[in-house]
Design a protein around this ligand. Structure first.
Ligand code: BG6
Length: 495
């Protein structure tokens, strides 16, 4: 990616929620790194808006702390910050106060008029709590800032709604002010290189796609395991739970990229049409399991009787020509034994075994593991003959590691990619309104069922921090003659 071959134009990036964590840890470090890599035009300006009064100098100091700690290009090596910081200014004001927007409009028009000015190009970023989204959107509409002489776009952070009804309402409020083509809904998983590589792997290679269907694939597993607990976000998390926090967005995004048909071209709508088709083909989930780590109820900000799940495992089926009958097992949890995000494609067993000494049980089916983080790469497990007499075999791995082929510093931060795409007007890696709504349609019934009373409701199971979740999660697959696969990283020997 280089500035030369992109259509990057100078723009004013307006961050609502400028004094928050996201701005300091992710957004400004990403903007700084883009600048260091020569991917942002000199005329780019950033206006931070928040309620607390702050001088530009104090704002710069705050941002610099974040840049120092989190930017991929350290400011000691990339010395752009000294000059670049003057392109950041701060504006304090209430998010519903018309005066805030009058002052913003004035500042934007000053920037537009500069020699290397922003020419009416605006990127609004909602880094505020979700309850404030609709207020800012409406206020932007009232002040006429939803359109300009250049382009105007708006990025919204997750969560986009907390169920189908609230997502529909937010989409309606958004569409009353912005056209869908102006809206960029973030799922930071789509900004990860390795997630994008699912598409390259599937559609830039000829050898895998012919096997990518029910004739050759036994089942698919998607694991997003975290070693962290809920930490200082306990208050938010207790109202959210793992289904809303991880499944409605990240895990379903991974499922759609794994299962979708090849889009005709890498264009936002072609790609998102295919993703929506997959989501629409998913049968309502009938097998699920939920867990909570021991000690969760003692976390600060958590209800002592909390029923919130910090772990879940769900089985889905995609009812279409390619996938009919192939289970997709999804699991995710906090405080698990290792941090790993991986997709395992388990192929079918060989139809006939000609080796006399080996029983079918000794032959492990082939597994393709897409290792998304932290040890980014791809592993293919296959059988190899054990050296020596006889014809016994053992599973071995063929491995690709990003770090070996592309170097340790090659992987950009998700926010770098996503911010640049939004500036360039490429919405391919952002969720569309209908995609968000269908995803909620799949998750809401599971959550509602868990919240209902009844004998067949999966009970809340407790698990030890540092384990792989409730032991019953193994039964879920055992009953279907399968087992959880960990095909990436150091923990890969344990299954
Ligand atoms: C966020 C969730 O969207 O993703 C967090 O709100 C979670 O709870 C995080 O920890 C995981 O992201 P990553 O990039 O560390 O896998």
């Amino acid at each position: 990616m280089s500035l030369k071959d992109s259509k990057t134009e100078a723009a004013a990036i307006v961050i609502f929620g400028a004094s928050g964590d996201l701005t300091q840890r992710k957004l400004v470090p990403a903007i700084h790194t883009l600048r260091c890599d020569g991917l942002l035009p000199a005329g780019t300006h950033v206006i931070g808006i928040a309620r607390s009064p702050l001088s530009d100098e104090e704002f710069h100091e705050q941002l610099f702390d974040g840049v120092q700690e989190y930017a991929r290009r350290e400011p000691t090596i990339c010395r752009q910050w000294v000059d670049f910081k003057d392109r950041f200014s701060y504006l304090d004001g209430g998010y519903e106060d018309p005066d805030t927007y009058d002052r913003l409009a004035e500042r934007l028009s000053q920037l537009d008029g500069l020699e290397d000015g922003t020419r009416g190009n605006r990127l609004f970023y909602l880094a505020v709590p979700p309850v404030v989204y609709a207020k800012v959107i409406a206020a932007l509409g009232r002040s006429g800032l939803n359109e300009s002489g250049g382009w105007t776009r708006i990025i919204v952070e997750k969560p986009f709604g907390h169920d189908l009804a609230s997502a529909q309402q937010l989409n309606a409020e958004m569409h009353a002010v912005f056209d869908e083509s102006q809206v960029y809904r973030i799922d930071h998983y789509l900004g990860k290189e390795t997630v994008q590589n699912i598409m390259t792997f599937r559609f830039a290679n000829a050898i895998f796609e012919p096997l990518w269907n029910r004739n050759y694939i036994d089942h698919v597993q998607i694991t997003v395991a975290e070693t962290v607990g809920v930490g200082h976000r306990a208050g938010y998390y207790d109202k959210t739970g793992v289904l809303r926090d991880m499944f409605q967005n990240h895990l379903l995004q991974l499922l759609t990229l794994t299962a979708m048909e090849p889009p005709v071209r890498f264009r936002a709508d072609a790609l998102r049409d295919e993703k929506v088709k997959v989501l629409q083909a998913i049968r309502p989930c009938t097998r699920s399991l939920r867990g909570q780590y021991e000690g969760y109820r003692h976390e600060d900000g958590v209800d002592p009787d909390s029923q919130t799940a910090t772990y879940a495992a769900l089985r889905f089926f995609v009812d279409n020509w390619r996938w009919r009958g192939v289970p997709f097992y999804l699991r995710s949890g906090k405080y698990l034994a290792a941090k790993t995000t991986e997709i395992a494609i388990q192929f079918r067993s060989v139809p006939h075994l000609m080796f006399p000494a080996a029983s079918r049980e000794e032959i492990t089916p082939n597994v393709l593991s897409l290792c998304l983080q932290p040890d980014e790469g791809i592993h293919l497990r296959f059988e190899a003959k054990e050296p020596g007499a006889g014809m016994r075999s053992r599973s071995v791995d063929m491995e690709f590691h990003y770090v070996t082929d592309f170097g340790a510093a090659a992987l950009p931060e998700a926010y770098e990619r996503l911010l640049l795409d939004a500036i360039q007007g490429d919405a391919s890696l952002f969720a569309r309104a209908d995609e968000i709504e269908v995803a909620w349609q799949l998750i809401d019934p599971v959550r509602e069922r868990w919240a209902s009373a009844g004998d067949d409701v999966p009970p809340l199971l407790f698990y030890e921090p540092g384990s792989w979740g409730p032991a019953e999660a193994d039964d879920l697959l055992d009953e279907e003659m399968r087992s959880w696969i960990l095909g990436c990283g150091e923990h890969r020997a344990n299954r």
